[in-house]
Design a protein around this ligand. Sequence first.
Ligand SMILES: Cc1ncc(COP(=O)(O)O)c(C=O)c1O
Length: 383
Amino acid sequence: MKFDFDQPIDRAASDSQKWQKYAGRAILPLWVADMDFAAPPAVLDALHARVAHGVLGYSKPMPSLNEATLAYCARRYGWSVDPAWLVWLPGLVTGLNVAARALGEDGDEVLCATPVYPPFMSSPVNQRRRTVAVPMALEGGRWVMDVTALERAVTPRSRALFLCSPHNPVGRAFSRAELSAIADFCVRHDLVLVSDEIHCDLVLDDLAHVPTATLSPEIAARSITLMAPSKTYNVPGLGCSLAIIPDAKLRAAFARAAAGIVPDANVLGLVACEAAFRHGEPWRQQLLAYLRGNRDVIEQTVARGELPGITLTHIEATYLAWLNIEELKLTSAHAFFEQHGLGFSDGAPFGAAKDTYVRLNFGCTRATLVEALARLKRALAAR
Ligand SMILES: Cc1ncc(COP(=O)(O)O)c(C=O)c1O
């Protein structure tokens, strides 16, 4: 079956955060990380069937969902997960906050490498921990984790490292060797590794995603892996994600931290998740091909010198392009692009210096992307 990612779907009058932000304004929304595509038909069919049942009571993950999840982890990553390790959650940011709350005490520290998805920095602070942001390094045109800098940043109060793998916003799919270095660092300093792997099924290059918890029994015992069907299968509004926590004590601490404040995963989210994990692969493969095409359009436009003053590193994973705009020397870059009809994410909340980066979400139709790049060229010419 061929899935049509070129089909435009009008989201302007819907409940979309992404589109409502610019309602009534001629600005293309290219910010928050959801895609403008319909979810896979297999997911929509499962949701229709569930709604047709009519009763939408409190949820409890079905045994068949757990089975589908374990089979997915085994098939996709060769990861043998015990059903007892699964903790279903209504969102992945919830998982980051619960993890921060579960680890250590008020004033303890959580390390994260920047730039990074903003809740990595806000979750520890929300939970009365301190965020220690350690810049990543650019080596030979590639973003890498700077383990030497992480070593320097560790203190006796460091409790955890929050890792984004694959990485939002820099688009890296870290290699086994890179992940092993991070895992060793955590073991050496007795840190829990909170590994946000929400983008793990959106690897565009021919690289395998390696869940960090699979690297060794030592790292598995100190890891909280956060995953979700939401990015890959485009169901982020359904509130369903999961933590995989092999260590029983860590799992109990996580459960205690969540008690009374974290609701159950959404009943429709659970249904969507099972359908995506069981039947989503043909759709995912075609999605990846389409996103690869979008990624190539962006990279080739930059390589041809059509966006003077803008650079980017190769995007291995995600549907997010982290555009370096430093050379443009704009003041209020984000507002400047909005004036030219482009609603990017500002780089500053990700930890970038002011007016040095914007993030472009290319989870959109090719036509939207081409229009965005045309606007961007005009914006640069009009400076
Ligand atoms: C790395 C990362 N983690 C978490 C989330 C959000 O997850 P959720 O909507 O389940 O809270 C996003 C969304 O963009 C993300 O990029």
